[in-house]
Design a protein around this ligand. Structure first.
Ligand SMILES: [Zn+2]
Length: 127
């Protein structure tokens, strides 16, 4: 099946150019369990190993699409952005988080990179 795009073809390449250079350099700060090394996006009260100590850990912000969907309806503050993709991204190190996709449409298994974090939302684009 041909991949449908939510971005008009002529704008797709421009969007890719606009987002990739920043996304490629953007790093993220996660939390790493001091006992077993497990990563977490937000600092949990305790780790599955029983440890309660976490230290900040900087990761590349690069990952792969684990799952994704396109939204055609959203709450009022986000209506102007419709349609847009949201995805579960598996970051290097195995931790998964939900983020928004900017620019070209992505699919499961595609490489993505963090573009920015705004209002508590992580924005990624194809890498
Ligand atoms: Zn642990």
């Amino acid at each position: 099946m041909a991949r449908a795009s939510i971005t008009p073809p002529r704008e797709r390449k421009a969007a890719w150019r606009r987002f990739r250079p920043r996304g490629a350099r953007r790093k993220m700060t996660l939390y790493r369990c001091t006992s077993c090394g497990k990563l977490a996006v937000t600092q949990p009260a305790f780790c599955g190993c029983g440890n309660r100590k976490w230290l900040p850990a900087t990761v590349s912000g690069k990952g792969k699409i684990y799952s994704c969907t396109t939204l055609y309806a959203a709450a009022e503050p986000f209506e102007k952005d419709l349609p847009f993709q949201i995805a579960i991204i598996e970051l290097e190190g195995g931790v998964r988080l939900t983020g928004r996709i900017l620019g070209a449409r992505v699919d499961i298994g595609d490489d993505v990179a963090l573009v920015e974090e705004r209002g508590g939302v992580h924005f990624f684009s194809a890498a």
